[in-house]
Design a binder for this molecule. Structure first.
Ligand code: SF4
Ligand code: SF4
Length: 445
């Protein structure tokens, strides 16, 4: 294993260097208009869906609680706009399933300032109390995983957290919203780190930033607290540098054991966007009503980073950036780990970091050829798995063998193996199918 010391930029073993397309990284964040109707999903986080507490015909103010959490591993939902509740109905989601949404008809003449807040005296709270107030803000992991942030920060029984790793790597091509938030809202990130450290008890935090974002490094360093509890470390620009396992290895030289969480080695990781929103909203007692999204791709006429109200339908968003007529494939997230969406009726949720639109010629799938056993996929895999063998087994649907003998469960679907395969074998897609089959065996057989 390459250790992250002294004479080179810290990184991890294997990985790839895709074409980055980070053209939007120099564009300031802009605010997006409100769509006439917002479709606010009750399932914007991993965990139990929120429970709606509003009725059809009710007026709501921007920032008002409209759905409460269902237990500790759930999050509340706040009205992203002032308007009237028009319906509670299922809408398509990025995973292809229908999800219950609160539909708000937005008052056009309203200023759309946040009008309802739920502030607390944070200074004298214990870490546990602070975690519960964090839950009220409704922040879910903004890197895409959507784990409720407060729950992630509470150390499991028997675990001591010594370091918060703050993920500013943003290694996926096209995405630059984390880059811009580091440049424009570094102070919010420091505030978020302060509260996160109080909840998990970590004495220090390290922010990892890839070396293609040196303006972000400068902005963060200018905002660092004087007590030395937070440091910024530059890591190599390499995909998937921003995955939990790879960034922890690059910055600390520690490996997360197979099947374990990072807390088992004293680490909790949060994304810069997550902590920036926590740092901005928590002192105000303000609920999450919007998020910053990178909108880019060859079919987008006006790409950039936009502050988008939660619940904005993609149809409206694509029209506004001049993409709808030419886009034939729309991906939520990055091109490596994102999801191709089945419908432009899918709304923006808390976990959507990017919307990428591709035209017909960009989306033609390449011809697939047989495996030539070149080993490129093995050399690229950051988890040191054997994608060659797993691919051959997947073709024969020997999913149990993949799991038992080739550690399929350790694959975090980064897509490096597919990217480098000269035969264009859709390896990661095969691995996703295998995992889905094993998880839902009863449903699919
Ligand atoms: S998708 Fe899975 S098997 Fe392929 S490179 Fe990533 S971790 Fe390895
Ligand atoms: S990269 Fe593709 S062709 Fe090469 S060994 Fe892996 S699966 Fe086979």
């Amino acid at each position: 294993m390459r250790l992250p010391f002294f004479n080179h930029t810290p990184t991890f073993d294997h990985g790839i260097h895709p074409v980055y397309h980070k053209e939007t990284g120099h564009l300031p964040i802009r605010r997006f208009p409100f769509a006439p109707k917002l479709y606010v999903s009750l399932e914007q986080h991993i965990g139990k869906p929120a429970i709606a507490i509003v009725r059809v015909g009710q007026e709501v103010l921007r920032g008002e609680l409209i759905a409460k959490p269902d237990g500790l591993f759930s999050l509340p939902i706040h009205a992203p706009a002032t308007g009237i509740i028009e319906a509670l109905e299922p809408m398509p989601s990025d995973n292809g399933e229908m999800e219950m949404c609160i539909v708000i008809r937005v008052y056009e003449a309203d200023t759309q300032e946040v009008q309802v807040r739920y502030p607390h005296d944070l200074e004298n709270m214990s870490g546990r109390e602070l975690a519960l107030v964090m839950q009220e803000v409704g922040v879910a992991g903004k890197g895409g995983a959507t784990f409720p942030t407060h729950a992630k920060l509470i150390p499991p029984n028997g675990c001591t957290i010594d370091t918060i790793i703050v993920n500013g790597a943003e290694c996926e091509p096209f995405l630059t919203c984390d880059h811009r938030i580091m440049v424009e809202r570094a102070q919010d990130i420091m505030e978020g780190i302060k509260y996160a450290r109080r909840v998990c008890g970590a004495p220090r935090a390290i922010i990892g930033v890839e070396d293609n974002k040196m303006d972000a490094v400068a902005a963060l360093e200018a905002a660092l607290p004087a007590d030395g509890s937070v440091t910024v470390k530059v890591v190599e620009t390499k995909y998937p540098q921003g995955a939990a396992e790879t960034l922890i290895t690059a910055l600390l030289g520690r490996e997360v054991p197979a099947g374990k969480r990072s807390s088992s080695i004293g680490v909790v990781m949060n994304n810069v966007m997550t902590l920036a929103y926590m740092g901005r909203l928590l002192p105000l007692g303000e609920g999450m009503t919007e998020r910053i999204v990178t909108i880019a791709g060859p079919s987008v006429e006006r790409p950039g980073n936009y502050i988008v109200p939660l619940g904005t339908p993609l149809r409206f968003l694509l029209e506004h950036v001049g993409a709808r007529s030419t886009a034939t494939e729309v991906i939520l997230g990055g091109p490596m780990m994102g999801t191709t969406i089945p419908s432009v009726d899918v709304p923006i949720t808390k976990g959507v970091c990017g919307v990428l639109a591709f035209g017909k010629k960009d989306a033609i799938p390449p011809q697939i050829y047989p495996c030539i056993h070149c080993g490129e996929c093995v050399n690229a895999c950051p988890k040191k798995l054997n994608p060659t063998q797993m691919g051959l087994l997947a073709a024969k649907r020997e999913y149990d063998v993949m799991a038992e003998q080739f550690m399929l469960g350790e694959c975090f679907e980064c897509g490096c193996c597919s990217y480098v395969c000269p035969s264009h074998i859709p390896l990661v897609q095969q691995f996703r199918v295998a995992k889905y089959f094993l998880k839902n065996r009863e449903k699919v057989t």
